[in-house]
Design a protein around this ligand. Structure first.
Ligand code: NAI
Length: 336
């Protein structure tokens, strides 16, 4: 029996190409895993399921706890709730974690960036509770609960401790949203003081924080924030290190975790074999760390850094001419 069982969701567009390449890399790196392949997204509808997130796929993730997911296309205008929103809600994936750091050979404006963003994934303005008060006047409710704020603060500090991070900065707007962001801040402060006094703790009003991020991102180590801020700031941070093609992400809960690249299904290049699988491979290394396969993840990381540094097998988005498979092959050759 394999050591791990992982739900593999190829997804739509370039999804099948980048997931296949990633799985080959993981196998070559020595991961002992059995894959349960199931659909989500437009592919699920094409296969006759009545939901972009079929019950079978959801149940498999619940049973096996880990999923590596390719990007999916949410059919527009057909009334489907997005796969990602459904996954977060149904599996209670309350923490979105996105590490952003410079990679060798990827030219960007900044050097020395190494930030982990932790985003609360279940509340805030993303609760989607909207209301038409009278015609022409609508409201959207921002929700913060003590339970969820404490949970995400503890998650972030625990992560910081395990990954030897030194400092955690909370972005907030508690000067204006005194109750909701105030509660988020109070909880983070409490966890910092009572449970993790060894990690440096800092609070910053988000507008000033954004300015400081683009002035000097190297001053930040870990960032913690509520849902909407996290959504925006994590894409901003991806831009600091070369964009969506090189950044991985994860959605983590107590009972399951889903790992995926940040980019979408890229229909413009789907099926051409030219997509860059790197972002999904980066996400896969996060999954390996999460399942305590740190030695394998380190091996994969060193191999893709070597390929990037070498610069001979880069995909088109990074200025090269290699296809998806060629990049994966070059990476596999570098595995030690
Ligand atoms: P996109 O990220 O799919 O594409 C934006 C641009 O980046 C395109 O030019 C594409 O060719 C390029 N690109 C993206 N990934 C690439 C890769 N790995 N290698 C090389 N080039 C890459 O964003 P877009 O076009 O806004 O969305 C397309 C579809 O993806 C939509 O249906 C959207 O809903 C979905 N989407 C799904 C996500 C997910 O499942 N996590 C996340 C974002 C979008």
């Amino acid at each position: 029996m394999a050591k791990h069982t992982i739900v593999g969701i190829p997804g739509d567009g370039i999804g099948p190409e980048v997931t296949a390449a990633t799985r080959r890399v993981l196998a070559a790196a020595g991961l002992d895993a059995e894959w349960v392949e199931l659909p989500a997204g437009a592919t699920a509808i094409e296969q006759g399921y009545d939901n972009v997130l079929p019950q079978r796929t959801l149940a498999a993730i619940q049973a096996h706890k880990f999923a590596l997911k390719g990007p999916v296309t949410t059919p527009v205008g057909k009334g489907f709730t997005s796969v990602n929103v459904q996954l977060r809600k149904k599996l209670n994936l309350y923490a979105a974690v996105r590490p952003v750091r410079n990679l060798p050979g990827v030219n960007t404006r900044y050097q020395g960036v190494d930030i982990v963003i932790v985003r609360e994934n279940t509340e805030g303005l993303y609760s989607g509770i909207e209301n038409e008060v009278v015609p022409g006047v609508v409201t959207s409710l921002k929700v913060a609960s003590e339970g969820a704020c404490m949970r995400i603060a503890r998650f972030a500090f625990r992560y910081a401790t395990r990954r030897h991070r030194k400092k955690l900065t909370v972005f907030h707007k508690a000067n204006i949203m005194k109750l909701t962001d105030g509660l988020f801040l109070t909880c983070a402060r409490r966890v910092s003081e009572e449970e993790y006094p060894n990690i440096e703790y800092e609070e910053m009003i988000i507008d000033a924080g954004c300015m400081k991020l683009v002035q000097d991102p190297t001053r930040f180590d870990m960032l913690l924030m509520e849902n909407l801020y996290g959504d925006l700031v994590s894409d901003l941070c991806a831009g600091l290190v070369g964009g969506l093609g090189v950044v991985g992400g994860s959605n983590i809960g107590d009972a399951a975790a889903v790992f995926e690249a940040v980019h979408g299904s890229a229909p413009d290049i789907a099926g051409k074999g030219v997509a860059n699988p790197l972002a999904l491979i980066v996400s896969a290394t996060m999954m390996l760390d999460h399942m305590h396969e740190e030695a394998i993840s380190q091996k994969v990381r060193e191999a893709y850094e070597a390929v990037l540094k070498d610069g001979k097998s880069l995909t088109r988005d990074l200025g090269g001419t290699a296809g998806t498979e060629e990049f994966a092959e070059a990476l596999i050759r570098r595995l030690k």
